[in-house]
Design a protein around this ligand. Structure first.
Ligand SMILES: Nc1nc2c(ncn2[C@@H]2O[C@H](COP(=O)(O)OP(=O)(O)OP(=O)(O)O)[C@@H](O)[C@H]2O)c(=O)[nH]1
Ligand SMILES: [Zn+2]
Length: 339
């Protein structure tokens, strides 16, 4: 068989599969619309998306943690993600339901897909907890990159220094110096150890009544922290409900968990990588929180904030209102985008 023939056959097959898929989706839509018309659904109520499996979602009834229903979606809804608050109606025939509306989001974590299109990942997150540790030692540059990414999506980042048990007085002093840079700019800094339970109580307090995500470099102890805060819960992908579910996008699926001490965590391998996603040059500039009051005040509109006269940022740097470390870091991140 020639190569071309094979390709044509493949093409036909793909089209056929596609058509079948569309037909199935249409049938499902009709069924959902039918259900909404007749009496097979209960009254509208509020829910929280705790997991997402492509065509279906797990919805938790608000105010009733643990009451979970697998729901279909009404057509014409925007893409929904874990953390979204929705209006849904339970089926009176079985333990499913139908999502009928999306409530307003107060924050949205997004990431670009392979084609550069921005995709929603998780919603209504209050805090991006950036975990760092003495080992692996953080580069300022990396911390700043994460912070810029958090600022770009408009979600409050907090720094969490884990593994404090590894620090002697000298090490602690060094890290405190580094962290004070961030405290001075207005970021909150927490300290903890999963080994000695040092700092865990304030951390639990902090996480209470909010939705958080943990991000940070490999090896800083994100899994260890999650294990301590969510004892007995395996947050890794591929648990029972996911393997029996059909839409197999499980490796990136974000899930929502309740901390026993209060508060919620949204976790997925994709979210843990947050911060390493692409950012553009303007976002980098604006992502340095303390630069913002000076932006737009340079003499030249196209100021590169390097050697130009009348550069407002350079002036702020000379006056000590912007720290050398952060300016250096800004330039480094910018260079990394260009290369
Ligand atoms: N000494 C000390 N070690 C810790 C602490 N927390 C975690 N570790 C250790 O650090 C190593 C990495 O921890 P993980 O929880 O796997 O780190 P992670 O950030 O989830 O790493 P990735 O899964 O690669 O992203 C493990 O050997 C942990 O036992 C701590 O508070 N103190
Ligand atoms: Zn300038």
């Amino acid at each position: 068989m020639s190569k071309r023939k094979l390709t044509r056959k493949q093409k036909w097959r793909i089209e056929k599969v596609q058509q079948e898929r569309i037909a199935r989706a249409q049938k499902k839509e009709q069924l959902i619309e039918q259900e909404l018309q007749d009496d097979s659904l209960g009254s509208e109520q509020q829910g929280l998306i705790i997991a997402h499996y492509g065509a279906t979602l797990d919805i938790e009834a608000i105010g009733q943690p643990g009451v979970i229903r697998r729901c279909h979606l009404r057509t014409n809804l925007p893409p929904l993600v874990t953390g979204d608050k929705v209006v849904w109606r339970p089926s009176l025939k079985d333990d499913t339901g139908v999502v009928v509306a999306l409530e307003e989001r107060y924050s949205l974590l997004t990431r670009p897909d392979n084609h550069g299109r921005i995709k929603p990942v998780a919603a209504n997150i209050d805090y991006i907890v950036l975990v760092i540790a003495p080992i692996p030692m953080p580069h300022l540059n990396l911390i700043d990159r994460y912070l810029v990414a958090a600022e770009t999506v408009g979600i409050e980042p907090v720094l969490l220094l884990n593994k404090t048990d590894l620090l002697n007085d000298e090490g602690m002093e060094m890290l405190n110096d580094m962290l004070s840079i961030y405290e001075d700019i207005g970021y909150r800094v927490l300290r903890a150890s999963t080994r000695t339970a040092d700092g865990l109580a304030p951390l639990k307090n902090f996480l209470d009544e909010h939705i958080s995500v943990f991000v940070g470099q490999s090896g800083v102890g994100k899994s260890s922290l999650v294990n301590v805060l969510l004892p007995g819960v395996d947050t890794r992908v591929g648990d029972l409900s996911e393997t029996t579910g059909k839409g197999m996008h499980t490796t990136t699926a974000a899930k929502l968990f309740h901390f026993p001490a209060g508060g919620m965590l949204i976790d997925s391998p994709g979210i843990r990588e947050f911060g390493l996603w692409h950012i553009d040059a303007q976002a980098v500039l604006e992502g340095f929180r303390e630069f913002r009051p000076y932006l737009g005040y340079c003499r030249f509109r196209d100021c590169k904030h390097e050697k130009e006269p009348g550069c407002a940022l350079k002036e702020a740097l000379e006056n000590g209102e912007i720290l050398e470390e952060r300016m250096f870091s800004y330039k480094q991140i910018l260079d990394s985008l260009e290369s």
